[in-house]
Design a protein around this ligand. Structure first.
Ligand SMILES: [Mg+2]
Length: 257
């Protein structure tokens, strides 16, 4: 099963997004590559005090209608942003946090347990250097430090996904074996269904293929997506070049308020 969304028929946006409206918009922000620069090792990522302060102020001015929607686990996210926002989705929608409450999808752990053992064996046997990250509902194989091994690592992931009925999720320099059928689009949809999001216009920002589901969901509900990084075909209607531009766009929204 291949989860990379079909984007070949879509167009490439070049325009900057309209201003963020803190009273009318609901914001769904990816973390890595969107709010913070991607690092070679995922655990080397940190949020600056300025970024955490910006998120805190936005969370307050948007009355909580701001969520971080990430492929990271919520625990990992919280270590980075230190509780700056009330709402978040982890592991591509597998975990949903609303205030102090966290709900998780019911995934079959047995299938994942077998894949977990096998992935390490296969990598070792074929002498492939990948960083294996265990996210409870998903196993992420990172190869940013060894991009030449990308094809071989993706091949192993494909093999195991087919064998154990897991979903294959492709990201930047990472491939995941996911036991949950949830996507970032699910996270946007489910958060929009309840206060403080309801009645607002969803705006989703992200840099990766896994963000396409969030862009499509935001658009379906009358909002828009913003692709961060190099222009490419996408469900997003607008683009911003990098995390620094995202921070400036968010700050401009705060100043307008
Ligand atoms: Mg990202």
């Amino acid at each position: 099963m291949r989860a990379t969304p079909d984007i070949a028929h879509l167009s490439t946006p070049h325009a900057s997004p309209p201003p963020l409206l803190v009273r009318d918009h609901a914001a769904f922000l990816d973390l890595d590559g969107t709010l913070v620069e991607i690092q070679a090792r995922p655990h080397a990522v940190s949020a600056s005090p300025a970024l955490r302060a910006l998120l805190r102020r936005l969370n307050e001015r948007m009355a909580g209608a701001l969520a971080i929607v990430t492929g990271r686990s919520l625990g990992d996210l919280d270590d980075i942003i230190e509780g700056a926002v009330d709402h978040a989705a982890g592991v591509h929608g597998f975990e949903i946090q609303r205030g102090g409450r966290i709900s998780r999808d019911d995934v079959e752990q047995a299938r994942l347990a077998e894949a977990r053992a096998e992935v390490r064996q296969l990598l070792q046997r074929r002498k492939l250097p990948a960083l294996v990250e265990d996210k409870h509902a998903s196993l992420a194989l990172h190869y940013r430090q060894n991009p030449e091994a990308a094809d071989a690592i993706q091949h192993i992931a494909q093999e195991l996904a087919a064998k154990h009925g897991l979903r294959l999720v492709h990201g930047k320099m990472v491939v995941e074996l996911n036991a949950s059928a949830r996507t970032k689009g699910y996270a946007v949809t489910v958060l929009m269904a309840a206060p403080p999001f309801t009645g607002r216009t969803p705006v989703a920002l992200g840099d990766d293929f896994t963000d396409e589901d969030a862009f499509a969901a935001a658009k379906r509900m009358g909002g828009f997506g913003v692709l961060v990084g190099e222009p490419r075909r996408t469900h997003a209607d607008f683009t911003l070049p990098d995390p620094a531009a995202v921070a400036r766009w968010l700050e401009a929204g705060l100043r307008r308020a």
